[in-house]
Design a protein around this ligand. Sequence first.
Ligand code: C5P
Ligand code: MG
Length: 167
Amino acid sequence: MNLRIGYGEDSHALAEGRPLVIGGVTVPDSPLGAVAHSDGDVLLHALSDALLSVFALGDIGHYFPPSDERYKNMDSARILEYVLLELLKHTQTFQIQNLAAVITLDKPKLGSYREAIQARVAKLLDLEQQNVGITFKTSEGMATGHIQARVTVLLSAALLASNKGRG
Ligand code: C5P
Ligand code: MG
């Protein structure tokens, strides 16, 4: 088995009247949510990009162009599921070891949603919750109209013969 690292990040502007969805969890009563073509889930977008990066498979915009009306208000869990299937085309098997995510958002405070987000992401990836690290940070007022996620993943994989040269 080979150990491989992945990294992804995503940002969205915030606006009134939009839902705030993080890791598949809708934060209730948030006055602001992500302006996006899909549901604007920065965590699942960054995670999906991190997974694609493990095998240098480009990014989610390549598979789900923002200009395509079919993806309007799309549940980002579907993007993640698609990406997981895409990875299986490039490995015989793979196991995500753990992931570490940092969400930067000034308001609202998210600490009380950490467990729900961990649980949802763990379920989507078929992982134990303890392998889903979620850190929340403010921007200290420097990016109040903005949400950002950064995600690293580590996975072990049995590479296909055609992929071995890349390692
Ligand atoms: O960014 P800063 O270090 O000031 O964050 C302080 C604390 O606020 C951290 O413990 C973090 O978990 C929490 N936090 C939060 N929700 C946010 C941003 C930060 O619960 N949206
Ligand atoms: Mg996004």
